[in-house]
Design a protein around this ligand. Structure first.
Ligand code: PMM
Length: 271
């Protein structure tokens, strides 16, 4: 069974106005909706990692994330915390998070792997080459799949050296991180080589811009992307990622991906 990680962003642009209590209420309601739709894990993030996004002060990130982690862990959710900051990760684990999801794979904060090693949390190590503001400046590759695999191996070695047991490690090829459109497709096409490293693999394609090329998506008139089309494309990439051996997928629209994975499962059972 493919693990579905549902995305819960606790950033001001994701939950409009209201005080912190209201935000927390909204966060819990959204997490319940994700779980009802079939999410096994809820991934809580307090800092946008979109291209060009501004960094958030660690205290601000912590203040957004920790109460949500605490509330959800207390309600029995399996919570993951999406952060590049070791102090936020440690506080979230204390509050009940079971997974630290670091898109930078420990590169943004040298304290990250030691902090994870001290905890009992699993860690998602993402392939990453730099912060969002200059993310595409680093998108230069001779052999994108080979370099992603080699750089992930280096990060695994660093995690092991810090004392993190191999079974606690999940690898993520970092779709959209330091990669332009075609480079993302190349990485997905070569996903089997990431799986072959022997760790669980998580893939995050949800609503990302590179999906646009495949669908010839016209620019939306109101400046918003067509989420329905992106969610369908995400469900398809999730199925294909599962076929390539991925352990899990990280998505916004859990129901569509759940259905797609359920159809895949029936097809396979009958084969
Ligand atoms: N992508 C984003 C944020 N966190 N975490 C993992 N493990 N993998 C990803 O691909 C990933 C992530 C950026 O997407 P969002 O801003 O739409 O959540």
């Amino acid at each position: 069974m493919t693990t579905i990680m549902g995305i819960l962003n606790v950033t001001p642009d994701s939950f409009s106005d209201g005080g912190r209590y209201l935000d927390l209420d909204a966060a819990v309601m959204h997490a319940e909706a994700l779980r009802d739709a079939g999410a096994h894990i809820v991934d809580i993030g307090g800092e946008s990692t979109r291209p060009g996004a501004e960094r958030v002060a660690p205290e601000t990130e912590r203040a957004r994330v920790v109460p949500a982690v605490e509330a959800l862990a207390a309600r029995g959710f399996v919570v993951s915390v999406d952060t590049m900051n070791a102090a936020t990760a440690a506080a979230a684990v204390t509050a009940g998070a079971r997974i630290v999801n670091d898109v930078s794979g420990g590169l943004a904060d040298p304290e990250m792997f030691p902090a994870v090693a001290e905890s009992r949390a699993d860690v998602v190590i993402g392939h990453w080459r730099g912060h969002s503001a200059d993310m595409y400046a680093t998108a230069r590759y001779e052999d994108v799949v080979g370099e992603v695999v080699a750089e992930l191996q280096e990060r695994v070695a660093a995690a092991l050296a810090a004392g993190i047991a191999p079974e606690r490690i999940v690898l993520d090829p970092g779709i959209g991180f330091g990669k332009r459109g075609d480079q993302n497709w190349a990485v997905l096409g070569g996903l089997g080589r990431v799986v072959a490293l022997g760790h669980r693999v998580l893939v995050g394609t949800s609503r990302k811009g590179f999906l646009r090329d495949a669908m010839d998506e016209p620019p939306a008139s109101d400046g918003q992307t067509d989420r329905g089309r992106r969610d369908l494309a995400t469900a398809v990439t999730s199925v294909l990622a599962a076929d390539a051996g991925a352990w899990g997928v990280r998505v916004h629209d859990v129901a569509t991906t759940r259905d797609a994975l359920a159809v895949r499962a029936r097809w396979r059972e009958a084969s």
